[in-house]
Design a protein around this ligand. Structure first.
Ligand SMILES: *Cc1c(COP(=O)(O)O)cnc(C)c1O
Length: 369
């Protein structure tokens, strides 16, 4: 430990600690030959329901698919408006656009980097159907505010919890508060599969039944198709791996929190450290700070063998493929933060020596610039 090079995410060493258990789970699926919707999927869904405290947890092929399927289950139609944040991964806008719906952005809160609840109501029109908050970097959105607005205007809420499985808002797990929650198990996420995988959560029996049909070609009974569907089932091998790792998720989230605290202790006198909203459990999918000469800092860190990432350099309203009628300057907070945000290495295997080195290089750069 400490001898290895610093990585942005270290899924390899995380795997090695539970290798026996994971390998046995994979072999069991292969031995059973039940690769599609087999018992491994059912078992993982049941355990996820218990862990999250949700009535239904339904596996699917990716977090991106989960968002699309959630909107299909809620009957989102071409021309419907979905309120969301412009400062997130492209999947949000991509899936809205694929359904012919329209993303209506609301700028973010500069402290939390999440959608600013104070700015939502002014964007609601008769065409608005849903609010899609994203719990960015593992920090929960202020869900009480979102749910109040949704109730008042009769809107659905779809939580993009791709970066936040295990995060808590007061006493509730993220992704169990809105109508549907969407989770990604992309390998680098807090609960990561060994390939693409995702999940939808809901407390509604009706929505759960629709989701189960949609993920499997819109049918309940093979070759009888009652609704428009897709092929987006959770792979049995991924389910078996995820079921093993789910038992370690709290420990993984705690390890990330411990790393964040160590970063905070070293960096707090030099830079504004990540804000954590009162009453939430942030799970630090990313540890992100704002630095004026962000690109130069990234270069400097790289020269010193320290990786870093920019999540995300271009807000969605300015992406070439999804411009709609948006212009630079429309979402000033998102644009400012996209220009100065930088994420430092964050994973469950970071040791003190590595965090020390990263922090000393960050401070060295800040002192010179
Ligand atoms: C990762 C991610 C997704 C997409 O998940 P995939 O499993 O990669 O399809 C969606 N939204 C956010 C905020 C994400 O970080």
């Amino acid at each position: 430990m400490g001898s290895g090079s610093i990585q942005m995410v270290d899924t390899k060493n995380q795997y090695l600690k539970i290798k026996k258990e994971v390998d046995a789970a994979i072999t069991a699926v292969i031995d059973s030959s039940q690769f599609i919707q087999g018992p491994a999927v059912k078992a993982f869904e049941k355990n996820a329901e218990v862990y999250l405290g949700t009535k239904h947890a339904i596996g699917c092929a990716s977090g991106t698919d989960a968002l699309q399927i959630a909107m299909m289950a809620l009957g989102i139609k071409p021309g419907d408006e979905i309120i969301t944040t412009p400062f997130t991964f492209v999947a949000t806008t991509e899936t809205i656009a694929l359904l012919g719906a329209v993303p209506v952005y609301v700028d973010i809160d500069p402290k939390t980097f999440n959608i600013d609840p104070d700015k939502i109501e002014e964007k609601i029109t008769p065409k608005t159907k849903a609010i899609m908050p994203v719990h960015l970097y593992g920090q929960p959105v202020d869900m009480d505010r979102i749910m109040d607005i949704a109730k008042k205007h009769k809107l659905y809420v779809i939580e993009d919890a791709a970066q936040a499985m295990g995060a808590k808002y007061h006493d509730k797990l993220i992704c169990t508060i809105g109508d549907i929650g969407c989770i990604s198990f992309y390998p680098s996420k807090n609960l990561g599969a060994f390939g693409d995988a995702g999940m939808l959560t809901t407390n509604s029996d009706d929505l759960a039944e629709k989701i189960r049909m949609i993920i499997s070609h819109g049918s309940k009974r093979k070759y009888y198709h009652e609704t428009l569907g897709v092929n987006s089932r959770l792979d049995s091998i991924q389910a078996a791996i995820l079921d093993v790792k789910l038992k370690h998720l709290d420990e993984y989230c705690d390890a990330r929190n411990a790393a964040a605290e160590k970063y905070n202790a070293r960096l707090k006198d030099h830079v504004e450290v990540p804000y954590v909203m009162p009453g939430v459990k942030h799970i630090f999918h990313q540890y992100s700070i704002r630095v004026k000469n962000r690109n130069a800092m990234q270069e400097f860190l790289k020269e010193n063998g320290i990786p870093s990432m920019i999540y995300y350099p271009v807000p969605l309203h300015l992406q070439e493929a999804y411009k709609y009628n948006y212009l630079p300057g429309d979402y000033p907070v998102s644009e400012e933060i996209a220009a100065d945000i930088i994420s430092l290495p964050m994973h469950t295997e970071l040791d003190d020596a590595q965090i020390d080195l990263i922090c000393s290089k960050v401070i060295e750069f800040l002192n010179k610039n």
